[in-house]
Design a protein around this ligand. Structure first.
Ligand SMILES: *Cc1c(COP(=O)(O)O)cnc(C)c1O
Length: 455
């Protein structure tokens, strides 16, 4: 009998609910705090910048939340995504382990990010909001929210860090194709941008500044304009659980269940998306399953950071979030996995790590690219530099299974493809990429700064 390579769900079989892991956590995450009062942030405070239903989801303890039909309809453009058995990769590694991956690269934007962009646009539209603002670094979030905004008649302004705007035209062009207005940051549209340009007309921008501009724009007109964010927050993680809800069904159809689930980790959204629905069995029934978050060795908040209240952004605008962090002023090395260069981790994921319910590993840059190419040569797909981190640990675990002579089932999330990141591969081929040693003293200095800011 010929082997089954991939499993898809029909439109009718698709999950119709997101899973909220908070319902099953013994220790729930601590609340976000207002940085001025140090009191838990209220719904009123949050509603200045976010849509009401998104804030309800942010604070919800309901186990399941229905996916609105209008959102399901847009999901169906590319969902379900395939659950694929990586036979060729297994063979190349000569491992007894079975390796599966969930392929989130099949979305129009090429990553998992539209899973949350679509509902965020939908809930804003439903509330009568007309304009959205956001920021983007490399452009992955910007493309996803541009794609989503046009479905729900929202006009979108994306503040894109100027250096990326100039160096990475392709994602900007994708955003334009979906009707978004992409503005290099710093811009003259906001006070924050004008102040910076007055100080330094050649300023090439930063993510922190782009956030300041996007938030300022939203706050100016809270009746019709809201801001949105592509990772870290609870409601973003919630929306991403569509990945794992599908994968649980698909693994059952394959007659298998993973011993190990792996996702790369920036702010935690794709990791939570694949991991939480599997972790549910562990939290509620004590099932033995390892769920591993993979971060770059050069930005190791989970493996070398501390658990502390910190700002969610580099500019110090957001509430204080209880998180594993390197300090919001930490400057990660300029690695190509731009989506993983984030100083902290979402509150839920941080609590789970603190309680020993998930694991974390870090991988140096050169190992990730080598793993990405092994995957491209065997399974055909050129992965995003972020996703190569998950692949690298899947390979580590598969090789360990070979050494131990044990058959294990490994599932990882392929969070995106690398077709718009080929420049990174070019650098790798040319031998221009390197690993970055990160001395303890650098991490300590950044964390000490945190203690003086946040008492
Ligand atoms: C943004 C991004 C990530 C990192 O973000 P998370 O919120 O941690 O998932 C990972 N992979 C890809 C392809 C991305 O675009």
């Amino acid at each position: 009998m010929s082997k089954t390579k991939k499993i898809l769900l029909t439109d009718k079989q698709m999950p119709t609910r997101w899973y909220n892991i908070v319902a099953d956590m013994k220790n729930r995450p601590l609340p976000p705090l207002n940085p001025k009062t140090k009191k838990p942030v209220t719904k009123e405070e949050m509603s200045v910048i976010f849509a009401e239903e998104l804030i309800d989801q942010e604070m919800s303890t309901e186990r399941y939340i229905d996916i609105p039909e209008q959102v399901q309809d847009v999901y169906k453009i590319w969902r379900s995504t395939p659950l694929t058995r990586a036979y060729a990769l297994e063979k190349a590694l000569d491992t007894p382990a079975k390796i599966y991956f969930k392929n989130e690269s099949t979305s129009p934007a090429g990553s998992h990010k539209p899973n949350t962009a679509i509902p965020q646009a939908y809930y804003n539209h439903k509330q009568g909001i007309k304009h959205l603002t956001t920021e983007t670094g490399g452009g992955q979030w910007g493309t996803a929210i541009a794609f989503a905004s046009q479905y729900f008649d929202l006009d979108l302004k994306v503040f894109m860090v100027k250096v990326s705007y100039n160096q990475k035209p392709y994602r900007k062009l994708m955003m334009n194709a979906w009707g978004a207005d992409v503005i290099p940051s710093p811009s003259t549209l906001t006070q924050a941008g004008r102040d910076m340009l007055a100080k330094d007309p050649d300023c090439s921008g930063s993510l922190g500044l782009a956030i300041s501009e996007a938030v300022e724009m939203a706050v100016k007109d809270p009746e019709t304009t809201k801001y949105c964010l592509g990772s870290v927050l609870n409601h973003v993680l919630l929306h991403q659980t569509i990945i794992g809800e599908e994968a649980v069904m698909q693994m059952e159809m394959a007659g298998d269940m993973p011993d190990i689930v792996i996702g790369c980790f920036g702010g935690g959204s794709n990791f939570a998306g694949i991991g939480f629905p599997f972790l549910k069995e562990k939290l509620t029934k004590g099932t033995d399953i390892r769920v591993i978050a993979v971060e770059p060795a050069s930005c190791p908040k989970l493996t070398r950071g501390i658990f502390h209240y910190d700002f969610g952004d580099t500019a110090g605008f957001t509430p204080l979030i209880p998180m594993y962090t390197l300090g919001h002023n930490f400057q990660p090395a300029d690695i190509h996995a731009g989506g993983l260069r984030y100083h902290g981790a979402g509150a839920i994921v941080s609590q789970l790590l603190k309680d020993g319910l998930i694991e974390a590993q870090s991988v140096p840059q050169l190992e990730t690219f080598a793993a990405g190419l092994t995957f491209a040569k065997t399974e055909g797909i050129i992965p995003a530099p972020e996703s190569t981190h998950a692949i690298a640990v899947a390979i580590r675990e598969a090789l360990k299974a070979r050494e131990e002579g044990k058959s294990k089932t490994i599932l990882f999330n392929l969070s995106g493809h690398g077709m718009i990141d080929l420049f990174a591969y070019e650098q790798y081929f040319a031998g221009k990429l390197q690993n970055y040693d990160l001395p303890d003293s650098v991490i300590r200095a950044s964390i000490e700064e945190l203690d003086t800011i946040i008492k």
